[in-house]
Design a protein around this ligand. Structure first.
Ligand code: FAD
Length: 421
C-alpha cells in the first residue's frame, strides 16, 4: 500500500527536482562571477555551492556583513531534518558532520521524535491545555523529524564553511543592483538576492496585505513538565474567528545551554493601523506563548535577552519571476507564501539555495526549476494558512478530537520532515 505522501504526491517530495541534477559535469555557466546579497541561510547555501564550482573559479563574494553571535531568538528555530540533506548537498559534505558541528555530544537534546497536538483555552488567570496527543512520529516517518536550534547558530556555522571555501564577506548590504554588480570579481556577474530588503533600482514589490506576528522564547522544563522528552507540540487557541498557533520543540543552543525547549506563538493579521495596534498584537502573542509554556510546565530562560519578536509580511503564493536575467530574487522565491507558520523557511532556503546554484552551474535559467522545486512546500503552507484562518469552527473540534487526521491533511505531509540520509 503506498504511503499517504506517495498517493498525494507521486514520486515524493523531490519529484519536481530537475533531471540534470546530479548528472556528471557542469555548465558552462552563463555568468563569470556571482555576488550574493545578504547573509542568511539561503544566501550562504547558494554561496557555498557556487564557491565549490571550478567553472566560476572562486569568483563568488557575499555583499553583506558576516553574521555575529546573539542570544536572541531572531528567525526560525525548528530545523526540519530534511533541511540537512539540502545543506549537505550544497556544502559537499554529509549530514553527520553538520550535526556534529551544530550540536556535538548533546545532539539528542535537540531532536524531535514525536509531534503532538492540543488546544488551549483561558482558565482563571492562565491557560489550560486539552489532551496532548501524538500525530506524527519518527519511526513511521523515517527518522528524527526536526532539530531545535537558534537560527543564528546555523547561520554562523554556514558562514564559517563559506569563508573556508574562500568566499569573502564584503561589508554592508548594498541598496542597489548597480552597487552589487560593482562588487563583482568578473565582467559578467549574476547578482543573487538573499536578503528580504528590496533593492531601490528595480521595480518595488507590491505592498503586503497580510503579516504574521510572532513571539518566541527559549524554555527550561520543570520537573512537572507534561510534554514528553523528544516530543514537540502544536497548540491552537481560537480567538476572534481565527487561530493563534503555537509550537514547542526540543532545543539546544550553546549560548543558552540551560534551555531544553523553545516555544513560539503566531497569528496571521492584516496590516496594523498604528504602532499601538502592532504592540497589542505582539503583546498577545507574548502572553500566549508564556501562558502555554507555564501550562506545559516550562520556565522562561533569560527572557529579556533571548525573547524574539517579529512582524513579517506575507508574500503571494505564485511563482516568482525576474525583471532581468542577471538578477535572481532567491529570497522572495523561497519565502513566497506565509512566513513562519509551517516551520520550513530554513528547509526552503536550503533547497532553493542549493538548487538555484546547481542550475546556474549547469548553464540553466534558475528561475523555473527553483520555483518548481518549491511547489510542494508552498502548497502545504497555503493549506495550513487556510486551516488557521478560515473554517475554524470546523477545524477546532476536528483538531481537538481527530488531530492526527487533520494534521496529516493540512500540516504533517509525512515525506517532508526526516532526512533521507
Ligand atoms: C519569528 C520567526 C520564526 C520562524 N520560525 C521558523 C521555523 O521554526 N523553522 C523554519 O525553518 N523557518 C522559520 N522561520 C523562517 C526562517 O527564519 C527563514 O525563512 C530562514 O531563515 C531563511 O531566511 P534567510 O535566513 O535566508 O534570510 P533572512 O534575510 O535572514 O531572513 C530572515 C527573516 O526575515 C523575514 N523577513 C522577510 N521580510 C521581512 C521584512 N520586511 N521585515 C522583517 N523581516 C522580514 C523572513 O521571513 C525571514 O524569516 C521563522 C522566521 C521568523 C521571523
Amino acid at each position: 500500500m503506498p504511503s499517504i505522501s506517495e498517493r498525494a504526491w507521486p514520486g515524493g517530495r523531490d519529484a519536481a527536482l530537475p533531471a540534470w541534477l546530479g548528472a556528471a559535469g557542469q555548465g558552462p555557466p552563463r555568468f563569470d562571477s556571482v555576488v550574493v546579497r545578504g547573509s542568511g541561510v539561503g544566501a550562504l547555501t547558494f554561496a557555498a555551492r557556487a564557491a565549490r564550482s571550478q567553472a566560476l573559479g572562486g569568483r563568488v563574494r557575499i555583499a553583506g556583513p558576516r553574521p555575529r553571535p546573539d542570544r536572541r531568538l531572531v528567525n526560525g528555530c525548528t530545523l526540519r531534518a530534511r533541511s540537512l540533506d539540502y545543506l549537505a548537498a550544497a556544502l559537499g559534505e554529509d549530514e553527520g558532520s553538520l550535526l556534529e558541528d551544530l550540536f556535538g555530544a548533546r545532539r539528542s537534546q535537540a531532536e524531535t521524535h514525536v509531534q503532538h497536538s492540543t488546544v488551549a483555552r483561558a482558565s482563571g488567570d492562565g491557560l489550560a491545555l486539552g489532551r496532548i496527543r501524538p500525530f506524527m512520529d519518527a519511526e513511521r516517518d523515517g527518522g528524527v523529524l526536526a532539530y531545535g536550534l537558534r537560527n543564528g547558530h546555523l547561520v554562523e556555522l554556514l558562514a564559517g564553511r563559506v569563508e573556508a571555501l574562500g568566499v569573502p564577506f564584503d561589508g554592508d548590504e548594498p541598496d542597489t543592483l548597480a552597487a552589487c554588480r560593482a562588487r563583482a570579481d568578473g565582467e559578467k556577474p549574476l547578482v543573487v538576492n538573499g536578503s528580504h530588503r528590496p533593492v531601490t533600482d528595480l521595480p518595488a514589490p507590491e505592498r503586503p496585505t497580510r503579516f504574521v506576528v510572532a513571539s518566541q522564547i527559549p524554555l527550561r522544563r520543570r520537573a512537572d513538565a507534561v510534554l514528553p522528552e523528544a516530543g514537540s507540540l502544536i497548540c491552537l487557541r481560537r480567538r476572534a474567528g481565527a487561530f493563534d498557533t503555537g509550537v514547542f520543540y526540543p532545543f539546544l543552543v550553546p549560548l543558552t545551554p540551560e534551555a531544553d525547549l523553545y516555544g513560539i506563538f503566531y497569528r496571521i493579521v492584516p496590516p496594523a493601523e498604528s504602532a499601538a495596534a502592532r504592540a497589542e498584537a505582539l503583546g498577545w502573542m507574548r502572553r500566549t506563548v508564556e501562558g502555554v509554556a507555564d501550562a506545559l510546565g516550562a520556565d522562561l530562560v533569560d527572557a529579556d535577552e533571548t525573547r524574539g519578536e517579529a512582524v513579517v509580511p506575507c508574500l503571494p503564493w505564485d511563482d516568482v519571476g525576474t525583471p532581468r536575467s542577471d538578477w535572481l530574487d532567491l529570497h522572495r522565491t523561497y519565502s513566497a507564501c506565509t512566513p513562519i507558520i509551517t516551520g520550513d523557511g530554513m528547509t526552503r532556503a536550503a533547497l532553493a539555495g542549493w538548487l538555484a546554484a546547481e542550475a546556474v552551474l549547469h548553464g540553466e535559467d534558475p528561475v523555473g526549476p527553483t520555483n518548481r522545486s518549491l511547489h510542494l512546500w508552498r502548497g502545504a503552507n497555503r493549506d495550513f494558512a487556510r486551516g488557521i484562518t478560515r473554517f475554524t469552527a470546523l477545524t477546532e473540534p476536528l483538531f481537538a478530537h481527530l488531530p492526527s487526521a487533520l494534521m496529516r491533511a493540512i500540516a504533517a505531509r509525512p515525506d517532508m520532515w526526516a532526512t533521507v540520509a
